[in-house]
Design a protein around this ligand. Structure first.
Ligand code: ADP
Length: 448
């Protein structure tokens, strides 16, 4: 059982860790991809903005605005003369020039415009207006869903570009410059990656949570296993002693002629009857305890005088105890709606424990406290107490606090779990507070 559970847990841990690692890697990969996508989009938009800006700065040939855009280029002059020289006075003679008109299709038109604008602006000595360019850039970015204010700066050949910077080169004034935009990608990244990131995060939480929960269940199962073994060894111990006595007295009757001696026979059969009674009592107790779960659901609620109920119970207890129990009750009759049988069983168990574990010298007290929201019963003793580690588990089935000798006080570790079940079946709550060497207090709270 232990091995199988441990093996299952190891397999589950490996599986869940792989899922979590994969999710983390996937998140990292998606994030990096998105960041790269953002950068590429921003650079393209900046290049396009520069083209647009430059085409606004120069007057482009009107033939580019025709329905069928074209460019007419000077091919050659006959006799061959440098085109520039044609304008000078020494070439006044007649010459023939050859031009060629090139149609520009739709696909190439933006590039041709951009190229001509770029070449023309290169020759002009007009300063670059960064504010106008930034305005164009903002609009271009917005088309790609990146909405943010942009501040542009110029750098002569940057040595390095930072990760949050977007750069594009302009061949201006013969010496190239680089336009730099500082952009924060976080807003865009959040908008584009929020949903997958949340889903992935929830998956990681669910996987890790289920592994943790499985660990808790397995640990609880292993503990229950150990406690059950203790329980069985306790029962065996409780039953073996009377059986040994029965066997001895039986042997005495059979072997040592006790049968012929009516006086001895009566003594031995008397002992046997006692033992059988005890055994029967023990079996009934175990039966009773094992039926607990079924009994929780049955309730017989009635109006009861709380003071009277407690007084009767304590009086009965005092009859079998040499130390009186201190009872503190309100000084007026209190009617509560409850199941008196269950209340008695609860208190019987707690008082039994107080007597069993707190020692003969201990002072035991029961107190009833009434408030507008409900009523409380407090059972306290000033015995040796329960350590904080054990206090967490005392309401668990079969749990017994281990002392040096496991069987120094008889019990099956079922009393407090029974009490808790009963309290909860009456919609109440029970808590235990204890300090080693100072004693223990059980507080039960019932709503009105
Ligand atoms: P059992 O008495 O049969 O062992 P319980 O469920 O009644 O089982 O109690 C669980 C454990 O809690 C006990 O083994 C005991 O160690 C501890 N315990 C309960 N009541 C007290 C008390 N009043 N003082 C000290 N220890 C207590």
């Amino acid at each position: 059982m232990k091995k199988r559970l441990r093996f299952t847990f190891i397999i589950a841990t490996i599986t869940v860790s792989s899922i979590v690692l994969f999710q983390l890697y996937w998140l990292y990969y998606t994030f990096n991809n998105a960041q790269r996508g953002f950068h590429i989009t921003a650079v393209r938009a900046l290049e396009k903005s520069i083209d647009l800006y430059q085409s606004q700065q120069v007057e482009l040939p009107t033939s580019l605005n025709y329905k069928k855009p074209s460019l007419t280029v000077f091919m050659r002059a006959k006799p061959s003369v440098e085109a520039f020289d044609l304008d000078t006075p020494k070439h006044k003679e007649v010459f023939k020039a050859e031009f060629n008109t090139v149609a520009i299709d739709k696909q190439h038109e933006p590039y041709v415009r951009a190229l001509i604008a770029r070449l023309m602006t290169q020759q002009m000595h007009k300063p670059l207006d960064l504010n106008t360019l930034a305005g164009i850039y903002e609009k271009e970015l917005a088309k790609d869903g990146i909405v943010m204010p942009v501040i542009l700066t110029l750098r002569k050949q940057p040595l390095s570009i930072l990760p949050n910077e977007v750069a594009s080169r302009i061949d201006y004034y013969k010496s190239p410059v680089v336009v730099i935009a500082k952009l924060s990608s976080s807003g865009w990244m959040i908008r584009h990656n929020l949903l997958p990131a949340i889903v992935s995060f929830i998956l990681i939480l669910l996987s890790a949570g289920s592994l943790w929960y499985m660990g808790v269940i397995i640990r609880r199962q292993l503990k229950l296993d150990r406690l059950k073994n203790d329980f069985i060894s306790n029962i065996t111990h409780e039953l073996r002693t009377p059986l040994t006595i029965l066997r001895s007295s039986n042997e005495a009757i059979a072997r040592f002629g006790v049968a012929g001696n009516p006086e001895k026979l009566a003594r031995y059969t008397g002992i046997n009857a006692d033992i059988i009674d005890k055994l029967e009592g023990e079996v009934e107790r175990i039966m009773d305890i094992s039926m607990i779960d079924r009994k929780f659901s049955i309730k017989e609620m009635k109006q009861v005088d709380l003071n009277q109920l407690l007084e009767n119970l304590i009086r009965r207890f005092d009859l079998i105890s040499n130390k009186p129990i201190l009872l503190t009750i309100p000084n007026r009759p209190i009617q509560v709606n409850t199941d008196p049988y269950k209340i008695e069983t609860i208190l019987n168990n707690l008082l039994d424990n107080a007597k069993k574990y707190a020692g003969d010298e201990a002072r035991i007290s029961v107190e009833a406290v009434i408030s507008h929201s409900g009523w409380q019963l407090l059972v306290s003793d000033n015995g040796h107490g329960i350590s904080t580690d054990n206090l967490l588990y005392i309401f668990d089935k079969y749990y017994r606090v281990e002392n040096g000798d496991l069987h120094d006080v008889k019990g099956y570790g079922l009393g407090l779990s029974h009490v808790k079940g009963l309290v909860e079946s009456l919609n109440g709550k029970i808590i235990a507070k204890s300090k080693i060497g100072h004693g223990t207090t059980f507080t039960i709270t019932f709503p009105v």
